[in-house]
Design a protein around this ligand. Structure first.
Ligand SMILES: CC(C)(COP(=O)(O)OP(=O)(O)OC[C@H]1O[C@@H](n2cnc3c(N)ncnc32)[C@H](O)[C@@H]1OP(=O)(O)O)[C@@H](O)C(=O)NCCC(=O)NCCS
Length: 169
């Protein structure tokens, strides 16, 4: 999917956001494993997400080291974007990188003509839920036993949705 990177202007310290490609897979996998542990996607899934799906992946790059990433999926004939994954390396969590990634994914979704973004997260993932709800996402569904491996004793997912603002609408 082609797009200019001109909207990616925000920087945290010396790090910044950029689009990901196949050469970033090792770095993305490292963040994924460190952030999600036993819940991490395997390499094959990450490769599909970054290189084959109708998706955009962005990374937070600090001096050549990837410390965060997010992937959004798009579907033909749908104006609903799907945030497939977002993760920040544990060493940098709580410093605003997750919010930076999420804001950028929303802008990219608007540029791809989407008017909503949806996602699922573990019902016990307090930090993720807090990030999403502070960013204006609202709960749409509880999906019972959605995940294979429990997180804090629950396999349930919360599906959240946000209406995206397109300045042209
Ligand atoms: C969820 C995650 C992406 C947030 O990224 P982050 O860089 O740590 O988040 P930020 O520093 O941008 O914080 C943004 C908001 O998230 C929430 N948040 C982040 N860390 C939190 C924590 N440990 N406890 C509670 N809320 C937290 C807060 O609402 C915060 O806003 P505030 O700083 O104004 O209080 C990150 O914690 C992570 O990678 N977690 C593991 C992977 C994961 O669960 N991904 C989401 C799966 S759906």
């Amino acid at each position: 999917m082609t797009m200019t990177i001109s909207t990616m202007t925000m920087m945290i310290s010396e790090g910044g956001l950029r689009f990901a490609s196949e050469i970033d897979l090792d770095g993305i996998a490292e963040v994924e494993n460190r952030a999600f542990g036993e819940h991490a996607y395997d390499f094959v899934t990450l490769k599909y997400m970054v290189t084959e799906a109708n998706s955009v992946t962005i990374v937070f790059d600090l001096k050549g080291r990837i410390l965060g990433y997010a992937t959004v999926y798009f579907r033909k004939n749908s104006r609903v974007a799907h945030l497939e994954s977002i993760a920040v390396d544990p060493s940098l969590q709580g410093k605003g990188v997750g919010k930076l990634l999420l804001d950028e994914i929303e802008k990219i979704s608007v540029l791809n003509d989407c008017n909503r973004i949806i996602l699922e997260t573990f019902e016990m993932n307090k930090s993720a839920l807090s990030l999403y709800q502070k960013s204006g996402y609202v709960v749409r569904d509880v999906l019972v036993n959605y995940y294979t491996i429990p997180f804090d004793g629950s396999r349930n997912a919360i599906r959240l949705v946000k209406k995206l603002k397109n300045n042209l609408e």
